[in-house]
Structure formats: structure tokens, C-alpha cells
Design a protein around this ligand. Structure first.
Ligand SMILES: [Zn+2]
Length: 282
């Protein structure tokens, strides 16, 4: 390339850019505190009249949207995984619980399963209410509570679900009193259980030990449940318990129980036998 050719490159480039007589009036700047139009001369590219600034802004917006979608996706995945990563489960078999594998043999079980399916749909649609699954041990209350949450979580509504065995949570908090390394502090659980959109408190009442109607929950248990329920008044909570409401009122602070029982949907097991006992061969 000789010197003359080098010197003419800008000139040639200038020549290949075809400016149009129109000016785009969409762009402004601030002059003396006033928004002032900054006219941008349009160009002809491949036979089309375009504003170079508008084109650039369009591209930047597309890129921003792409980045935003990427982060939304990561955030959505994180919310979805809350159910799997943060739930506190004692009985590992519950991890495979779903409506599809809830076995029904008597009318009550069929009806309760249908009620829970309906509850899942209503919660998915945005209705907010509490659910109270009550009956003797081993009737599949936890199975159904977990199934409701699974159904909601699988819908990927960007809403977090959490299943917590109350006794196990209380044990973990108690352990954290003497173990400073533990992440499972009272603060951790109160924050987590307050924040999630859908919470199942599994087997409430069992954390006080052997069921004794005269026994009241310890101050520590009351304090934790009180803190959680007070922040969940506009959120849906599912409770499973072997105890009836009369016993719950005796064991816990009345305000706490009232919150949990505020306008709930009841799912009662009166006839269903203990599924685990019926599986033992004689
Ligand atoms: Zn423009």
C-alpha cells in the first residue's frame, strides 16, 4: 500500500457512508437544566434509512435483556432448588412422595387426596390460606403435604417451597446453642421460614416429646414458632399434626395456634389406619 492510498482510506470510508437529509429527533441531552433535542443525521444502509444512534440503542437493549434473562434464569433455578436444598426432612422416604404414589384404599384417603390436589391448584393460582392435615401417626399426612409443595414447585412460578420437620428443626437449633460452627441457628430458621412463599410445618407438637396433653411447649419452641407464624400471616402455611386443635391450644400460646388455624382448609384422617403398621407382616 503506497502512501497516497493510505491517505485516501478515510476519504474512501467517508464516501461509502451515505448520509440522508432527515434527522432523528428522538435523542435528547440536558442543556442548562433543560431537556434539549439532539438531532442525529440518518444514514442509508443497504437501501434503508436508519438512525445510527437508534440502532445502537436497540442493540444495547437487546444485550441488556439477554443478560437480565440469564440472571432471572439463575434466580428462578435458585428459588426452585430451595425445596430440595433447604427442606429439613427426617424420614428420607418422603423425598419421593408425590400425589402419583399416594396409595388409597378407603374412601377417606381418596377424598383427602382429592382435597389436597385441589388445595395445590388453589395455592398455585395465588389464593392464600392455611392447610391443616390432622390425624393419627402414619396416615400419610406428610406424604400429602410434601405432594402439595412438590406440585407447586414443579409449576415453576418463581415461588419458593419448603418442607420442615418441626422436631428436627428444633433439635438443630438446640444443637447450635453449643455448637458455634452450626449454620442452623434460630436466626437462620426464623429468616428462612419467614421468607419462603409456601411452607409445610411437619408434625407440629411432636417436638415437645411424648404427647402429653398437660405438657406445654417449652419457651424456646414457642418463641421460634411465634416468630415464624407472625411473619407468615399473608402467606400459605401447611401444618401436619397428630394433635387436635384442643390439645394444640393447651400446648402452645393461643395467639400462635390462632394464626395457624386462621381460616384453614382442614384435611382430617379419622378412619385411615396407620399405613406403616398395616405393612408389618404377621
Ligand atoms: Zn434515533
Amino acid at each position: 500500500m503506497d502512501l497516497i492510498e493510505k491517505l485516501t482510506i478515510p476519504h474512501r470510508l467517508q464516501k461509502s457512508m451515505i448520509f440522508h437529509s432527515e434527522y432523528c429527533q428522538e435523542h435528547t441531552y440536558i442543556k442548562n437544566g433543560q431537556e434539549t433535542i439532539n438531532p442525529i443525521q440518518k444514514m442509508v444502509i443497504e437501501g434503508q434509512v436508519i438512525c445510527p444512534r437508534c440502532e445502537l440503542e436497540k442493540e444495547q437493549k437487546a444485550l441488556t435483556n439477554k443478560v437480565q434473562a440469564y440472571y432471572d434464569d439463575i434466580q428462578g433455578q435458585k428459588i426452585y432448588n430451595t425445596f430440595f436444598n433447604k427442606s429439613i426432612i427426617t424420614d428420607r422416604t418422603i423425598l419421593s412422595a408425590a400425589f402419583e404414589n399416594y396409595e388409597t384404599s378407603i374412601q377417606e384417603e381418596i377424598q383427602n387426596k382429592n382435597t389436597c390436589l385441589e388445595i395445590a391448584e388453589r395455592l398455585k393460582s395465588g389464593q392464600i390460606f392455611n392447610t391443616f392435615l390432622q390425624g393419627i401417626q402414619g396416615t400419610g399426612k406428610s406424604h400429602l403435604a410434601y405432594s402439595i409443595l412438590r406440585k407447586i414447585n414443579d409449576a415453576k412460578l418463581n415461588k419458593s417451597c419448603l418442607f420442615v420437620n418441626v422436631e428436627d428443626m428444633m433439635r438443630k437449633i438446640k444443637d447450635s446453642f453449643s455448637n458455634r460452627e452450626s449454620r442452623y441457628t434460630e436466626r437462620y430458621f426464623v429468616d428462612l421460614l419467614s421468607k419462603v412463599d409456601f411452607l409445610a410445618l411437619d408434625d407440629i407438637g411432636a417436638e415437645t416429646g411424648a404427647i402429653d396433653t398437660d405438657k406445654t411447649a417449652t419457651d424456646f419452641v414457642q418463641r421460634v414458632l411465634y416468630a415464624i407464624t407472625s411473619t407468615r400471616q399473608d402467606k400459605a402455611t401447611i401444618v401436619t399434626t397428630n394433635l387436635n386443635s384442643e390439645v394444640l391450644f393447651k400446648m402452645y400460646d393461643k395467639k400462635l395456634v390462632s394464626r395457624l388455624l386462621k381460616n384453614p382448609k382442614y384435611v382430617l384422617f379419622k378412619e385411615t389406619k396407620d399405613k406403616r403398621l398395616s405393612n408389618i407382616p404377621f
